[in-house]
Design a protein around this ligand. Sequence first.
Ligand code: FES
Length: 147
Amino acid sequence: MESFELEQIIDKYRYDESALIGILQDIQQRENYLPQDTLRELARQMGVPLSQVFGLATFYGAFSLKPRGKHLITVCLGTACHVRGSGRVVNRLESQLGVQVGETTKDKQFTLQTVNCLGSCALGPIVVVDGVYHGQMTPKKVRALLK
Ligand code: FES
């Protein structure tokens, strides 16, 4: 992120230290993740310790320190989903997208991640795309899902 863009965001929050989370949300919204250089610059401009900024950035699951694609795909590998075949769904997604779990496609369109339970076990296997739940997922349905 260019430093003038960061300044615009910080300015919007009037350099208020208590608004750090809002600032981080804005950065993530623009970049899809929190670039480390930007976090360093943010700490410098706000006059707060870098550890405080990193502490917030790593505490909230909504933030990512790694580049993320435009679309976030989350596959549940919890026990209930796993016994219904979510492992095969992950394999299909990995081969279809050409990435491993935790990675982002080169065109920055998709990030693939897994979780251990999404609390909707009866609908498993579950895949969440950009916050929308898709139940009873199968490897066959993956292509249509990506479209
Ligand atoms: S195990 Fe997948 S939702 Fe619970």
